[in-house]
Design a protein around this ligand. Structure first.
Ligand code: 4AD
Ligand code: MG
Length: 430
């Protein structure tokens, strides 16, 4: 019977054949342990010399790392392995022999591994991270579909910036100037006026000269936008969404989290509601923690975010930032216009900001004023301003950065391991 590693539980005691690669191998004179992977999972194959023909055992002993094989064997339950099953191998057919696979079992540095990313993604830890990433995406679609949101795809080539002009990737659009999207938000606002509650999921680009464990040049964002929804209600959607995603990963990626050595007791606590503190309270908290030089009006850096997050075992919303350090479209607090109706959601354990969101200005005059104050000019935003002319309503939305969320949930240190082929400051290869 031909099957896959993910299906072997159906064939205990039976002989099966699996198309697989040899991840690694250990052998003695009498027994060979073959670590096999087929994309659906990992399983140990055991071949005992006394139980197979001599030439088959010799062939198994001589297999090279990452050779592709058809492996035949009897499925057995195995209490000792986290996977729960192993294969008593009776035959191996080599499809293709891999020679000198570069990523050997010895320790390699991150630059070497990144140069070999096209191969590194085959390895157990990377496989686990990609499976968790996929589960987060799956749970995202499920959550928003179940809650009445419509998926809308904003354009990637745009004529204007959505999040400030300093980090734009410029390109030509025939004779015009164009930019790669930094955020689909402005288009999602138009879509919310058509469909009520919408969400997007797509790549975004920031020509940011940041070389940190939280920054990618190309990253994927989930951007919901909701008509008739104000700031406080938006925070409720955010905490429910993030809780749903974490609980889905716990439920559906148990084995992957085990491979990653993730402390799941920390993730089990991620249930709505999340704590909320204002920017003012965050400043006080930072002063108490010895960050003496941060002053009201300054933006937080990674060390500040980490220090704030340390006080909580759930993600924490920091709300009401000074309007002048945030984007032009954010609704000022009517009781205190120098702060915006906005929030950043800071993940626990030092993973930093995973969501940025706000209520949007819906008054045309105020929007025009802010727009000019931010030095934005030209006709590229005419359509955006028109949303405030024809049936404008209060609305709110947010953007969740997928890779930072994957990093937090998997416990991986650097975002470069959370996307199949990361685009980093000095890396466009592979
Ligand atoms: O806070 P940001 O810049 O917000 C926006 O773009 C809004 N227009 C979203 C909206 O309201 N629809 O980015 C949102 C999130 C951040 O919280 C972070 O998780 C992620 O996107 N992010 C990055 N992730 C990886 N690398 C980068 N360079 C990132 N920049 C932002
Ligand atoms: Mg932000």
């Amino acid at each position: 019977m031909k099957t896959t590693i993910s299906q072997v539980h159906k064939y205990v005691g039976e002989e099966v054949t699996i198309g697989a690669w040899l991840a690694s191998k250990r052998s003695s004179g009498k027994i060979a342990f073959l670590q096999l992977r087929d994309g659906t999972g990992f399983i140990q194959g055991v071949m005992v010399k006394a139980e197979v023909e001599e030439d088959i055992f010799l062939k198994a002993k001589g297999l090279t790392q990452e050779s592709s094989l058809y492996v035949t064997g009897v499925v057995r339950e195995d209490e000792r392995s986290p996977f729960g099953y192993e294969l008593g191998v009776t035959n191996v057919e080599v499809i293709h022999e891999a020679i000198d696979y570069p990523i050997t079992p010895k320790k390699h540095g991150p630059e070497f591994l990144m140069d070999n990313r096209h191969l590194w993604i085959r390895h157990k830890r990377q496989h686990a991270v990609m499976k968790v990433r996929n589960e987060i995406i799956r749970a995202t679609y499920e959550f928003f579909n179940d809650n009445g949101f419509v998926k809308v795809d904003p354009p990637i080539l745009t004529g204007a910036s959505a999040e400030g002009t300093t980090e734009l990737f410029h390109t030509k659009y025939f004779d015009e100037d164009a930019y790669l999207s930094q955020s689909g938000q402005l288009y999602m606002e138009a879509a919310a006026m058509a469909l009520g509650k919408v969400f997007s999921f797509g790549p975004t680009f920031r020509a940011e000269k940041s070389k940190t464990r939280r920054h990618l040049i190309e990253f994927w964002m989930i951007e919901p936008e909701m008509a008739f929804v104000e700031h406080a209600e938006s925070l409720e959607v955010q905490e429910q969404y993030v809780s749903y995603v974490v609980q889905s990963v716990l439920k559906n990626c148990e084995l992957e989290l085990k491979h990653l050595g993730r402390d799941v007791t920390k993730l089990e606590k991620i249930q709505a509601p999340f704590p909320r503190i204002t920017y003012d309270e965050a400043i006080d908290l930072l002063h108490e923690k010895g960050f003496d030089d941060i002053e009201w009006g300054e933006d937080f850096g990674a060390p500040h975010e980490t220090a704030i997050a340390e006080s909580y075992d759930k993600p924490v919303f920091i709300t009401h930032y000074p309007a002048k350090i945030k984007s032009f479209y954010m609704q000022p607090d009517p009781n205190r216009p120098e702060v915006a109706l906005c929030a950043d959601l800071i993940a626990p354990e030092g993973y930093g900001e995973i969501i940025g969101g706000s209520q949007r200005i819906h008054d045309l005059e105020m929007m025009e004023e802010r727009y000019e104050a931010h030095g934005l000019t030209g006709e590229a935003y005419n359509w955006y301003l028109e949303l405030r002319k024809y049936g404008s309503v209060p609305h709110s939305g947010f953007g969740l950065g997928l890779e930072r969320t994957v990093a937090w949930i998997t416990g991986v240190e650097h975002v470069r391991e959370t996307i199949p082929f990361p685009r980093l400051l000095n890396r466009l290869y592979p």
